[in-house]
Design a protein around this ligand. Structure first.
Ligand SMILES: Nc1ncnc2c1ncn2[C@@H]1O[C@H](COP(=O)(O)OP(=O)(O)OP(=O)(O)O)[C@@H](O)[C@H]1O
Ligand SMILES: [Mg+2]
Length: 371
């Protein structure tokens, strides 16, 4: 992995901020010692310091009440994630304890920490610090109070609020902006590789942030079970050319983004084996429907209960259809997706004044759930 520079080298939509401005102030408050300083070459040949904070294992054990079960937020392919409160700053954080036998090695861990430390954007989850104590490897992230997009789209408990159209477009546009930063502002570009609903985390007001954009590369090549779990887990999001040849490009991320956008619009999972034959794979189900605009309304999530703008639905589906095209070179650049979705997100739908779509949705009963 090369040197990552987020400053001034953007090919598109360059941020005027200096990298120092992009380091969140929360890091400054952390009192832990700063063991990892990285000199980063800047455009004019100078260098600037990027600091990642280190925590001792004890500090993180204290923060999570010794990794108590009731602090557990969830578990993914790399280990468990706990909610914690740092004693030194009182800051609430999410702490990912990596499986010790799932690590490739210390060097890879540090490279990932460096990469995460250098990538800062309002739509990327912020890495606050890390712990490399003995054989323990932990990552400390900002805490995202509303959990993952997956939690809000699929298998909703009866008391959970369904996402309305405006929120869905806001989340889609924000996630696209995070991906755009990885593709167009990082130098060299970062290919996410693992874009999916569970990696889009939500903050207050449903502000979306991408997570795990560095960790995806930590997966051990030699660990058979682990690798197959990850392949299974991301199967429905994987671009066909990547699945067949292993060739990874920025356009593979655009494909995965298209799948996420389809999930946001339809409320269907990327892979859902509980559905009827022919509907297991979301993209395969959607492709024939894309060809007939009259079928677009059938694709809207029934949980929306017709509360969406027909024009907006057409446009959002058109973007998704372009992203999931078989041929990578036919897919748009993520910057173009950002432009389209930012426009869609700016067009607020008001259910009070705008028509409710479709006859099959029936009367509006906000508590009604999909079977
Ligand atoms: N920063 C965070 N704030 C709040 N919750 C988080 C945070 N990071 C992760 N989580 C929660 O912890 C759970 C596990 O996350 P994790 O990233 O380990 O697994 P995953 O995203 O489900 O799968 P994968 O390992 O493939 O990324 C998720 O359900 C997520 O909602
Ligand atoms: Mg994740």
């Amino acid at each position: 992995m090369g040197c990552f520079s987020c400053a001034g080298k953007s090919r598109k939509n360059a941020s005027n901020k200096k990298p120092d401005d992009q380091i969140p102030s929360s890091s400054d408050k952390t009192k832990s010692n700063m063991a990892l300083d990285v000199k980063k070459a800047s455009k004019d040949g100078g260098s600037e310091y990027i600091a990642a904070h280190t925590f001792t294992f004890r500090e993180l054990a204290n923060a999570t009440k010794n990794f108590r079960a009731d602090c557990l937020l969830g578990e993914g392919g790399f280990g468990r994630v706990y909610k914690g409160r740092l004693e030194s700053t009182n800051q609430v954080v999410a702490i990912k304890q990596l499986d010790r036998n799932g690590l490739q090695g210390n060097r890879e861990f540090l490279v990932e920490v460096l990469m995460l430390s250098l990538l800062h954007h309002p739509n990327l989850v912020n890495l606050i610090g890390y712990c490399a104590d003995g054989d323990q490897r932990l990552l400390v992230y900002e805490y995202m109070p509303l959990g993952s997009l997956e939690d809000h789209l699929h298998d909703l408990p009866p008391d959970k609020k369904r996402l309305d159209w405006n929120t869905r477009m806001k989340v889609a546009a924000g996630a696209a902006k995070g991906l755009e930063h990885l593709h167009d502002s990082a130098n060299p570009p970062v290919i996410y590789r693992d874009l999916k609903c569970s990696n889009i985390l939500l903050g207050e007001g449903y502000h979306p942030k991408l997570s795990d954009f560095g960790l995806a590369k930590l997966g051990p090549v030699g660990d058979k079970t682990h690798v197959s779990t990850r392949v299974m887990g991301t199967y429905g999001y994987c671009a066909p050319e990547y699945a067949m040849t292993g060739q990874l490009t920025l356009k593979s991320d655009v494909y995965s983004f298209g799948v996420v956008l389809l999930e946001i619009i339809t409320g269907r999972k990327a892979i859902d084996n509980s559905r009827a034959a022919g509907e297991h794979n979301l993209v395969a189900w959607a492709r024939p429907l894309f060809k007939d605009r009259r079928k677009f309304a059938q694709m809207a999530d029934p949980l929306l209960q017709g509360h969406y703008p027909m024009r907006g639905l057409y446009q959002a589906l058109a973007v998704a259809a372009m992203c999931v095209q078989e041929q990578p070179n036919m897919r748009p650049l993520i910057a173009d997706v950002v432009t389209a979705l930012s426009y869609l997100a700016s067009q607020k739908y008001d259910p009070e004044t705008q028509p409710i779509q479709g006859s099959r949705t029936g009367p509006s009963t906000p508590g009604t759930r999909r079977e």
